[in-house]
Design a protein around this ligand. Structure first.
Ligand code: ATP
Length: 925
């Protein structure tokens, strides 16, 4: 996380560092943050200007000049420089200057490519930087961590990173992992009310939360006392060193390939050198030709182009709501075979609305939608075997209904406010809790001063699946425990049930009835919560005990599937990827939603609940995951086991998570996906990818982009290597045939420059092919260049070399007088045939007319520019002198055009023939 917080020193709000020992009111006065509503927006903006952003200083990046100079620190460049010097010694001034110019141009291109990639990556890093919940002007807002200022009221909950040094004002079961600061890996308990003296060591300061530490449980709010370099971490961290991004496996594999090819090319260059000598060419000339060939054939630009393709792809993904945090994830995406997804918020909208209540023997329906607290309560009445409903005139006067909704409202932290801009209502907090607050509102139950009446809290935790608060409404005793959560959990803490205003003992039979009712509601895709309470007598207990509770009823809420979920699930299947739902919700709710979005068929009733999963050992689970697509009531630990079971079967797993406990499962998956909206900082930090809209459909888009990017890289590598093979083979052939000076060094370097850079970039942005999402995932162990593909590259190279050789031979006709014109013809054919061949590289299978000539405009522009550059080398008189070519090609242009079209035409025809054959023999294809 820390390397996401660059630059600037911020003076602490006060020169003292013993904020923990200050009296709260003195502290608040000293930093002008006495208002409970937090700082006003203008005050916060002033402070930001005065003290600077909340960021740790970073060591400065090397200057642009140094980065530019680094481009020349490569062996091939040194070899070229040696060649330039040699040309100078031989008084070939033009050659020397041109080689130097080409070296410079190459360096400049490399520099620009790297800068572009760096900028794209930096922009993405900014997007994934952490955010903080602060109260400003009375409202809770989400702001970028860098905008935090001393005096801000910060809210913390499980899974959050502490983003500035904070004196805690209120804590509820707060535990913080301070390993980053103190090295102590077990979390420490925090208590805002603990008085401390100034000498208390950092690790024992229970009323402080420090930048760089992580909230692992509980909730708190506090006031920011120091930011950026003024924090404890800022003091000890010093300057953060920038880390160069790690190479991805693909980049590593390509770098390796590059090294192997370099050796091969050097070998061939050596051979060409010897052949030249054998044909009695001067040593210096033989050396120059060999060096130029080696430089042209070594694919030194490959890593930079790969980075650009990846970075551009990441930009496209960001526009489709996916932020990729680790480059290797882009490659892995293409191999994903299983996507494990949460239900709530990912497949569903996470916009809850209470629809039903089942209280004792009564049940109610609630109307209304969204967060607008307007709706009607109707009670279900069964008479003559028919169920009808009748309106409840005054819900607050219906004792059991009032009690249930009161429990719901007290045990919910969400708040409902009117949006001043849209005049509509908006909720801040957990949507499940917001739905309960809205339902209570509809019945006229609105709590005022709730925050101050809560004495203690056991916050929601998805492993416990419930939460409780201890409240003394308006400070009056008796204090009351209010609890809500998964029905079976809440019920197991209850001894009584509220019925017609009176607590009645809960029999086992009645418990079964309630659980059956729970299943009934859940089967209609409702999310069901149980409500319970207990009055505590005149003494405020030291801690909340979730026992001896009185069950107040069930509440069922809808959470409709996202409209994109169904189609996205279908696309997944078409792409050979199995979608799996893993949720904390009730098995029936999970199954109902899974059916609605198509994860399971209407008849499929298979679901594994957490309790069953607990009983399965790893081997049994590995068998079970093969055919079950819905897992319900799972804990974070179960998620981890499911990921491991799937991976043990050789699946490549993408897994979503949002809660603080999901981090291990996310890390264990091949691709860990965190939620940008509802997720916690901890899961985001552990993830490879963040969804900015929490939407399942975005995962599927990411897979499509991932496959497209990988294909793109493969295409331009295919292009570059085939072209290089063409150049090497032609030179080798020319040397064997004794065509001395078939191409001179400058011509070889020029072809390299013109044909490599721009068209490769154009291929890198080739839009995904039509079958991207209808073919199966790429086998993860498949080599980047298969034997078959390698063979195709050499064959293509041979075709390009043959076309060039034929052109040369026709123009040369064995007459030394024709050498200049023959060389010019070969120079043009070699260059233009490569440029035209780039069209063929757009797809291995689809022909150019099938893809559409104009569907990759960047490539068209690249080819036009490169084609023009090639003409520049042979057209104008000054260029003819430099490149030693013959002007006035006249009719030879037809020959050049005809032969340049040969490779692209042959390959396109081959695609048609292969497609026909595959249609005839579908089984073998
Ligand atoms: P998913 O794992 O798909 O996101 P989920 O949101 O249902 O599904 P959890 O958030 O782990 O999963 O919730 C598990 C269960 O805990 C829910 O089914 C519900 O019964 C209960 N629950 C959810 N939110 C709360 C809450 N704020 N307070 C109390 N109980 C809750």
């Amino acid at each position: 996380m820390l390397d996401q917080n660059p630059v600037h020193a911020v003076p602490p709000a006060s020169p003292a560092t013993d904020f923990h020992a200050l009296d709260i009111s003195d502290l608040l006065r000293s930093i002008n943050s006495e208002a409970d509503a937090g700082l006003s927006a203008s005050d916060a903006a002033d402070r930001l200007i005065r003290y600077g952003p909340n960021e740790l200083a970073e060591a400065p990046r090397p200057s642009s000049w140094k980065r530019f100079a680094a481009q020349f620190n490569e062996v091939v460049i040194w070899v070229l420089l040696a060649a330039a010097i040699l040309s100078g010694v031989m008084r070939e001034w033009a050659d020397a200057v041109v080689i130097m110019a080409i070296v410079l141009l190459n360096g400049l291109l490399g520099f620009l490519q790297e800068e572009k990639a760096g900028r794209a990556l930096a922009a993405l890093k900014k997007l994934t930087s952490p955010q903080a919940h602060v109260r400003r002007g009375g409202e809770v807002r989400l702001i970028a961590a860098r905008e935090l200022v001393a005096g801000d009221r910060l809210e913390l909950e499980a899974g959050d990173y502490v983003l500035a040094d904070t004196r805690l004002l209120r804590t509820a079961s707060l535990r913080i992992n301070e390993a980053a600061l103190t090295g102590e890996s077990s979390p420490v308990e925090k208590d805002a009310n603990r008085p401390l003296d100034a000498s208390t060591p950092l690790s024992d300061r229970g009323n402080m939360a420090y930048l760089g530490t992580v909230v692992v449980a509980g909730k708190a709010d506090g006031v920011v006392v120091a930011t950026g370099m003024g924090t404890e971490l800022g003091r000890i961290a010093g300057l953060l060193q920038q880390r160069a991004p790690d190479q991805t496996p693909l980049q590593r594999r390509l770098a390796e390939l590059g090294r192997v090819l370099a050796v091969v090319c050097l070998g061939i260059a050596g051979l060409v050198f010897l052949l030249h000598l054998w044909h009695h060419a001067p040593v210096s000339e033989a050396f120059l030709v060999a060096v130029s060939l080696a430089v042209a054939a070594v694919p030194e630009g490959l890593p930079a182009v790969v980075t650009i393709a990846l970075a551009l792809g990441l930009g496209r993904m960001a526009r489709r709501h996916v932020l990729v945090r680790s480059l290797p994830a882009v490659e892995t995406l293409g191999s994903v075979t299983v996507i494990c997804s949460d239900k709530t918020g990912t497949l569903t909208r996470n916009q809850m609305t209470v629809r039903e209540l089942a209280l004792g023997m009564r049940s109610y329906e609630v109307s209304g939608g969204g967060y607008e607290p307007v709706g009607e309560f109707r009670r279900r009445v069964v008479g003559d075997g028919n169920a009808t409903t009748e309106p409840v005139a005054d819900p607050a006067a219906d004792g059991d209904l009032r009690r249930a909704l009161t429990v719901a409202a007290w045990s919910s932290d969400a708040t409902l406010t009117r949006d001043t801009d849209t005049e509509g209502w908006k909720a801040v907090g957990d949507p499940t809790e917001a739905a309960l607050v809205v339902a209570a509102h509809k019945a006229g139950i609105v709590l005022t001063g709730r925050r101050h009446s809560i004495l203690k809290a056991l916050p929601f935790d998805s492993d416990r699946q419930m939460m409780s608060v201890l409240a003394a409404p308006q400070g009056m005793l008796p204090a009351v425990v209010y609890t809500k959560g998964a029905v079976e959990r809440v019920l197991s803490c209850c001894t009584h049930e509220l019925r017609e205003g009176r607590p009645e003992p809960l029999s086992e039979r009645r418990c079964d009835e309630i659980l059956w009712l729970n299943g009934e509601l859940a089967a209609r895709a409702l999310r069901v919560l149980g409500l319970a309470y207990r009055e505590c007598g005149e003494r405020v207990p030291d801690e909340i005990r979730e026992e001896d509770l009185i069950f107040a009823g069930l509440v069922g809420m809808i959470d409709p599937p996202r409209p994109q979920a169904g189609p996205a699930v279908a696309r997944c299947r078409a792409a050979g990827i199995r979608p799996i739902m893993i949720t904390g919700d009730h098995p029936e709710t999970a199954l109902a939603v899974a059916r609605e979005v198509g994860i399971v068929g209407q008849e499929d009733g298979q679901v594994v609940a957490g309790a069953e999963l607990q009983r399965l050992d790893d081997a049994a689970l590995a068998k079970r995951v093969a055919d079950v697509a819905v897992f319900a009531r799972v804990t974070a630990e179960h998620k981890l086991r499911i990921v491991r079971a799937l991976r043990s079967r050789g699946e490549v797993v993408a897994m979503t998570g949002d809660g603080v406990n999901d981090a291990p499962a996310i890390r264990a998956a091949d691709i860990g996906i965190a939620m940008g909206v509802m997720g916690t900082d901890v899961t985001r930090e552990a993830s490879d990818m963040v969804l900015t809209d929490d939407n399942f459909a975005s995962i599927v888009s990411a897979v499509e982009e991932g496959r497209g990017i990988f294909d793109g890289v493969r295409k331009f590598v295919h292009y570059l290597l085939s072209c290089n093979a063409g150049e090497v083979l032609f030179m080798l052939f020319a040397s064997l045939a004794g065509w001395e000076g078939a191409l001179n060094p400058i011509q070889i370097l020029w072809i390299n420059l013109v044909t490599d850079g721009l068209p490769a970039l154009g291929l890198g942005v080739e839009p995904p092919e039509p079958d991207t999402m209808t073919r199966p995932p790429r086998p993860p162990r498949e080599p980047f260049i298969t034997w078959r593909r390698g063979g195709q590259m050499i064959l293509t190279g041979a075709i390009i070399a043959s076309a060039t050789a034929i052109g040369f031979a026709i123009a040369y006709r064995g007459q030394p007088d024709n050498l200049a014109i023959a060389r010019t013809v070969a120079f043009c054919i070699l260059s233009y045939s490569q440029l035209l061949f780039s069209f063929s590289c757009r797809s291995q299978r689809y022909t150019l007319p099938e893809l559409g000539l104009f569907t990759n405009r960047p490539l068209l522009v690249a080819i036009a520019i490169s084609g023009f550059l090639q003409w520049l080398a042979v057209g104008p008189a000054f260029a003819a002198r430099i490149f030693k070519v013959e002007r006035g090609l006249g009719g030879y242009w037809l020959l050049i055009l005809g032969l340049s079209l040969v490779p692209v035409t042959l390959i396109e025809v081959a695609k048609i023939v292969i497609a026909r054959r595959n249609r005839r023999e579908p089984a073998k294809s």
